[in-house]
Structures are given as C-alpha cells and as structure tokens.
Design a protein around this ligand. Structure first.
Ligand SMILES: [Zn+2]
Length: 136
C-alpha cells in the first residue's frame, strides 16, 4: 500500500512540476552562464526553455526556433579548435540573441553577424556597449 502511494507521488511529480528543459553542453556552459549573468545584471529575464549543444553545422552557430524546445547549435569544429573564449562567447551571445527574438541588423550590434567580433574580443568598453545593446 505504501509503495503504491510512492508511485502515485512520483507520477504526480513528473506531471505537475514544470521543470524548465534547460540543457547545455558542458563545453558551452561558461559562455551560456555568462549570458544569463549579463542578462541578470541588466534586469532582463530570459527563458531557460532551451537546448544549447555542439554539432556538425556549416556555420559557427545556428538557432533553430523549434515549436517544442528551441535549440542552439555551436559548430563542433569551432569548439574543438578555438581556444578563444571571447570568440566563443560572442557566437553564443549572438545565437542567444536570436533565442530572445532578435533578428540580424546592420547596427553596432552583436546581431550584426560577425561584424564586431574583433572589437568584442579586443576592446573592453566596446564589449560592454555591445552587450548593453543586446539586452536593450
Ligand atoms: Zn544570426
């Protein structure tokens, strides 16, 4: 009888507790954590209903706005060859921008594809401005 109630309890937990489906490849965790930290600093709440993984794609990053659970894929060859954590961060932030609903633009922005990756990495002030712009 007791076992029955336990099973009932577990079944109820699975059904009613709405856990966020947040899944991040361990190689991308530092960049993704940094994204959420920067969002939090600026008082922006970003959903964690998301999968961020490494995969074989033809670009450095890709955002798939799937109906169920959106997916960000970061290029395996980039992740495995690059030791530049700020370059990786830039790519992750760009794809997270898409996740927040942002589209490409031609401005001084992380959403201007690849245009400001250099400044982002080398210039601290510009990096802060670009992150501000991402969350504005
Ligand atoms: Zn893009």
């Amino acid at each position: 009888m007791r076992l029955f109630f336990w099973i009932l309890f577990i079944a109820a937990s699975c059904t009613f507790i709405d856990d966020p489906h947040f899944e991040v490849d361990v190689r991308l965790k530092i960049s993704v954590d940094e994204f959420y930290r920067q969002a939090e600093i600026r008082g922006v709440n970003v959903s964690r209903e998301l999968i961020v993984r490494v995969g074989d794609i033809n670009s450095v990053g890709l955002f798939k706005p799937r109906k169920g659970l959106p997916v960000i894929i970061i290029s395996r060859s980039f992740v495995e060859s690059s030791t530049d954590s700020l370059a990786l961060q830039y790519i992750v932030f760009h794809e997270m921008g898409h996740f927040m609903g942002r589209k490409h633009n031609t401005d001084f922005s992380i959403m201007n594809p690849n245009k400001y990756a250099g400044e982002y990495r080398s210039d601290f002030e510009k990096r802060v401005q670009l992150i501000d712009e991402l969350f504005k």
